[in-house]
Design a protein around this ligand. Sequence first.
Ligand code: ZN
Ligand code: ZN
Length: 418
Amino acid sequence: MDERKIIVLVGDGMADRAVPELGFKTPLQVASVPNLDGLASEGSCGLMDPVRPGVRPGSDTAHLSILGYDPFEVYPGRGPLEALGAGVDVRPGDVAFRCNFATVERRDGELVVVDRRAGRINEDEGTRELARAVNESVDLPVDFEFREAVGHRAVLVLRGEGLSPEVSDVDPKETGVPLKEARPLSDDPAAARTAELLNEFVLKAHEVLDGHPVNEERRREGKPPANAVLPRGAGSLKDVDPFEDVHGMSGAVVAGSSLIKGIGRMLGMEVPEHEEVTGRKDSNVAVKAELALEALDRYDLVLVNYNAIDEAGHDGDAREKVRFIERFDRELVGGIVREVDPEETVVFVTADHSTPVSVGDHTADPVPVILWTFDARRDRVTRYDEVSVSTGCLGRFEGLRLMEILKDAAGRQEKFGA
Ligand code: ZN
Ligand code: ZN
């Protein structure tokens, strides 16, 4: 049997529930998606529980599951994934945090958070210079790397012996209150030491940032200074076998979102970068499709994530969600499917979870899927949406089974028995 390539197209948070303003239809049910409908007509459809029925997945745990890794075993928390996604080389034993640049004021001797996002400062407003200043000027009795990420975000990695991820957040997650002091969450002396180091880092970073020229300039312009760093979500990498060792095929992840890029890097997959692929609503989808096709030349499996749909879901904006779904269909699905040969390729379309606009967050509702390749069983489904696919011949299955199903369709699965 000839081995086929596999491409997995993920519309992030694409699945939904009945939306009153759409006549109790889902955004997928009202969107015009001719490419997806074409794949549904010529392929096998069904529903997938990204993690398992009733579990509300994060994008990270969902992607781990559909890449064949049990997230209950290998999920390291968001900190290390964001740090990997931002390009920091996270190693076993390191403790990584997600951070915000924030604005604080000194009141009665305490640092009080007045803006958790420092006026939504971004990469074009000097976060790189601020991060560099922190890296160069903060002196800690342990190695660390602090780096800017997308928008007002940043990552911090503490490195050395005797550290523990069991520490609480500094970010109070609200304004008008003081920074929280990090505390150990276990009796392990490493946790106490890590909490102490983290608190020291936060105070010293504030001293460096408060007088930085970037912030002097922001004050002159009437903008809130990015004069504090709020770490949260401590985590350390687990021992994880690389994707190629687990599945016997090489893999790449094409994504703008640093969380999804971090997943790819954690699994040892190739993660191509392009400055116009941002993981935000302004991401260049045509460039993403090109990156995916290039990767498909070189790798056995390519996963492509399109994040803007999920953002519209979090914003509760049904109309915008419909528009991003149509863009996904036209520019990404259309752009890729036109170029691949169904005799040599298996195309799988899915969402990583539902992000219903009525909820504004992820839910456990199963997601619609299509498996398309020249000899895929053709069921009666001719429309790609949550309800139409439910009569398809893939039935309903768990995300952790997906890689086995795709390998089988691609002629890459070992036979079990004689
Ligand atoms: Zn997601
Ligand atoms: Zn989301």
